[in-house]
Design a protein around this ligand. Structure first.
Ligand SMILES: *Cc1c(COP(=O)(O)O)cnc(C)c1O
Length: 427
């Protein structure tokens, strides 16, 4: 393409405009999305992509699911935002439904995941003081190393990731770290002032790390014995992503509180929630906590329809089967291109492909995948995350995996990896 036509190229314009006027807190993959439908996305030049990322699980229902769009449109003819100063016709049905699917007595709606995590932190601290009897201001919450719970200043204050926290202090403390999956480390970090353990059932941003078998059962028992709340952050793992409604169900435990977000907004809106039984939730009384937009009529209508779609379209059962198939295919590729891929891990339709750092970066392969028509996203230097909408078909899984295979084989040839292991790539 010559210089004069590149001036008019809308891809270049959109990228340049964001880069010129937007804050530089993201480094997007260079794809300018124009529109999307279910698992497919088109850029401004009409190129088609398979969405194997689904906005970090926020688009588990697929893009613009017709039932969810219809629910939003119907509500938009009535009322969208009134604040919680009044009752609405949609919040009641939504909180009842969410209470039924989670098994928790009460639901506190917020907007973003980070806000629901903040809600959990406030709840745990007040519970620690009022119910457990810890002096106010001395409550401690245990968090795992490698955690990701959002980006507010309180939350990044207990991140172990330097990039997320450096220069953003001072941090107000009140958190202690343990090693994810290590019960001895939990016990060593705890004190009499520990009011809660806040934990992800699978560490997503850390690289889709699945805990060792039995860890959550031990943690559950320890929390019960020590009168410590077990707070499960399923903002990314929840609502079917792992092949069950909630990831804690794989562990055979029930937490004391559950945090949801991302897919709760059914791919349309930010909707999050903090769920707990009355004995925990009771610490919130009128005026003690809230959000202007939290639980607004439009959000509640959309989220309710999203829950019904998951259930009625059997997306969660299908996720378990499709996830097994995706894993099987990725493991085949892993053995074909050894040692390029160090590991394939995860649960359901949530996979981290761990790239051998001496071969290349995850970002390199993510950009090649985008050129090939597959959207994914790296996390840290070495992990490529695949988390397609739960509505994905086997046909699209195959297509995406074949493109990934092509990208891996290309890298394999470039690095001449076959020479080292003396293997010839299968055709
Ligand atoms: C994404 C995420 C959050 C934060 O959600 P936002 O909507 O980005 O604020 C919190 N916890 C986990 C586990 C997440 O994956």
């Amino acid at each position: 393409m010559d210089a004069s036509s590149s001036n008019k190229n809308p891809v270049i314009d959109h990228v340049a405009q964001e880069a010129r006027f937007g804050a530089r807190n993201y480094a997007p993959v260079p794809v300018v999305v124009d529109h999307a439908k279910d698992c497919l996305v088109w850029d401004v030049d009409g190129r088609e992509y398979i969405d194997m990322m689904s906005a970090y699980s926020a688009v588990s229902h697929g893009h613009l699911h017709p039932r969810i769009v219809a629910a939003a449109e119907a509500q938009l003819k009535k009322v969208a935002v009134m604040s919680r100063a009044y009752y609405s016709t949609t919040l009641g049905p939504f909180v009842q439904k969410l209470s039924e699917v989670t098994g928790f007595e009460r639901v506190l709606p917020m907007n973003t995941g980070a806000e629901a995590v903040e809600t959990a932190i406030k709840c745990a601290r007040r519970w620690g003081h009022r119910i457990k009897g810890i002096p106010d201001g001395q409550q401690k919450i245990l968090v795992a190393r490698g955690n990701f719970h959002g980006r507010t200043s309180t939350i990044i204050g207990f991140s172990s990731e330097q990039e997320y926290r450096t220069g953003f202090g001072p941090f107000d403390g009140g958190f202690q770290h343990f090693d994810y999956g290590d019960m001895a480390s939990v016990k060593a970090a705890a004190t009499a002032n520990t009011c809660a353990v806040l934990i992800e059932p699978i560490q997503g941003e850390a690289g889709v790390l699945v805990p060792p078998p039995g860890f959550f059962q031990e943690l559950r028992a320890w929390c019960t014995e020590n009168n410590v709340l077990l707070i499960d952050d399923e903002v990314q793992a929840g609502l079917g992503r792992t092949g069950k409604w909630f990831a804690f169900q794989h562990e055979g435990i029930r937490p004391d509180a559950l945090i949801l977000g991302k897919a709760l907004g059914a791919g349309l809106l930010p909707v999050s929630a903090f769920c707990a039984d009355d004995k925990v939730m009771q610490v919130f009384t009128p005026n003690s906590h809230g959000s202007t937009f939290g639980g607004n009529a439009l959000a509640a209508a959309v989220a309710l329809e999203g829950l019904k779609v998951l259930e009625e379209e059997k997306l969660i059962e299908q996720c378990a089967e499709k996830g097994e198939y995706l894993f099987k295919r990725l493991r085949e590729i892993q053995s074909e291109v050894a040692p390029l891929i160090r590991g394939v891990r995860g649960r359901g339709l949530w996979v981290g492909v761990d790239i051998e750092p001496s071969c290349t970066t995850a970002r390199d392969l993510v950009e090649r995948l985008a050129k090939g028509g597959v959207l994914s996203k790296e996390t840290h230097e070495t992990v490529i995350r695949f988390a397609p909408p739960l509505t994905i078909t086997y046909e699209l899984i195959d297509k995406a995996v074949d493109i990934f295979r092509g990208v891996c084989q290309q890298k394999y040839r470039e690095l001449d990896l076959g020479r080292k292991t003396n293997t010839v790539l299968p055709a």
